[in-house]
Ligand binder design. Sequence first.
Ligand SMILES: Nc1ncnc2c1ncn2[C@@H]1O[C@H](COP(=O)(O)OP(=O)(O)OP(=O)(O)O)[C@@H](O)[C@H]1O
Length: 591
Amino acid sequence: MSIKEKYALTDEGVRNVKLGAAWTTVANLVVFASVGFVYVIMSAIVARLTGEPAVLGPFGELGFDPLSVPMVGWIVAIAVYLAVLFVCERLAYYYQYGVIYKESGRQRIALAERLRKLPLGFFGRRDLADLTETLMGDVKTTEHAYSHVLPELYGAYATMAIAFVCLAAFDWRLAVASMWSGPVALLMLFGVRSKLQPLMHRTRMAGLKTSEYIQEALECVREVRATNQEERYLQHIYKSVDTAERTAIRGELATGLCVNGAQIVLRLGFATTLLAGATLIADGTCDFLTLFCFLLVVSRIYAPFDQALMLIAELFSARTAAARMKSFFEEPLADGGTEYSPSGHDVVFEHVGFAYEQDGEKVLEDVSFTAREGEVTALVGPSGSGKSTCARLAARLWDVSSGRVSVGGVDVSTVEPESLLADFSVVFQDVTLFDDTVMENIRLGKRGATDEEVLAAARAANCDEFVSRMPEGYGTMIGENGARLSGGERQRISIARALLKGAPVVLLDEATASLDVENETKVQEALSRLLAGKTVIVIAHRMRTVMNADKVVVLDDGRVAEQGHPAELMERDGLFARMVRLQRESAEWTL
Ligand SMILES: Nc1ncnc2c1ncn2[C@@H]1O[C@H](COP(=O)(O)OP(=O)(O)OP(=O)(O)O)[C@@H](O)[C@H]1O
């Protein structure tokens, strides 16, 4: 597997890792070159003391006497050396850390782009905390591994290999005695990786579970307080924090044990160099100067490797994080053509079957009906009969399991969701509002709409009445998810958005459920004025609101029980007539 796949990097990221590793290697080698300096000076001193010519190991006689070089020459040489070292370190640093934030930015954008195109089914399977963790936490984990570990580790490999070749040229026996420990330490760590990785995965999952519980408690804080469940929720969170802590400690201990073991093996290389050197000197096949320089090199060469070993656990955990990121890219997309030219906007369901889960229970079975352009089609039926599901399928928020949904003759499954949704205005039961002003929340319906257009839509949706009571009118901030608004007010903002968008197909799901009678009448008037000529699909529980529809489709347990004009259905005296009667009776009840 390439590093691109292993660590979910972009092409640019792979290039930067390679450049980072290359410059780290060069910087390491420049540091080792200082040992060459020491060797040259030492051999010159030895030559002075013994009266023999100064030699440079296997390269023969030195050819000049470094001790006769004037002080200024040494100062210049040291200055040049430091300048080269600075440039190399600077470049290594730049490719390790300087460009990393661009890479994590690219990763996050790629993930967000992918999320935008994934079908809603994916979001049903993955929890919000899980998705946030991937976008923020997993990217951060790979970002750290990518900046701190990968270039360092690959640089250490390359440095070791080059240093081995250079040292072997001096004395291959000492080179083996000093370098064996690096590969063995690495092999040890990679050998236990298959044991460590599941531990890290478990630690990550335990942390994620805790985030999920905390997020759920915060999201449901109103319900939790209203039902006196704080204690129970806190116990739940304490327990999961405790589990996460224990899992993390277990993972850290195991990782620490393996990393420390590998570091000890690495340092054994120093002892074996000393031992082999002493033996070779005793045999007379090696001189003290060579051994001295080997010891110097070995003490330096282990430093970057030691550092990489300390961080290697992060590399293993980055593999888990990268695998989670990759899972986004392996999900099938809800794609399709962007060119979409329907003839008219009739929405037609033909023998549609649907289940939310693959192989799950069908919530729609053989559903066929047509919502005509210029007409209001009302979907009614008992709770859970599949009305909202039909609306979602029409806008391709989900894909049908069987049959076909078309808009203006075009099968919606062949159209890219974003292009298709441009033709839909949607008002769902659960209105999503953003922590912004009322004006901006309405403007979401149509990007670039003028203030006048926004205000006209707001007025038509009856927003004026409650907005005028707000301190800054349409410029008032409404809090996170409109926390400061009542259910009815939220819905009216959502209706205003739909009106502003003015798309040819309108889906109203329980659009008037949270409005009082006076408001509901006003909104109904506004809707009927403004929705003229559009394909309107309304989901309403209250029979009163669907009596004016052109067509009613009655769903029962995922099937079409009956359909037709409301008056026709009343005459037929079927499920629709029964529902209308029941609602009339309940409306007459008093407490
Ligand atoms: N996201 C989902 N994942 C799994 N099942 C779902 C999902 N949404 C709805 N369902 C199930 O599909 C069935 C139909 O739900 P749907 O919301 O379409 O009914 P409805 O007629 O609109 O109900 P209501 O009038 O109560 O809103 C129900 O059994 C419901 O539990």
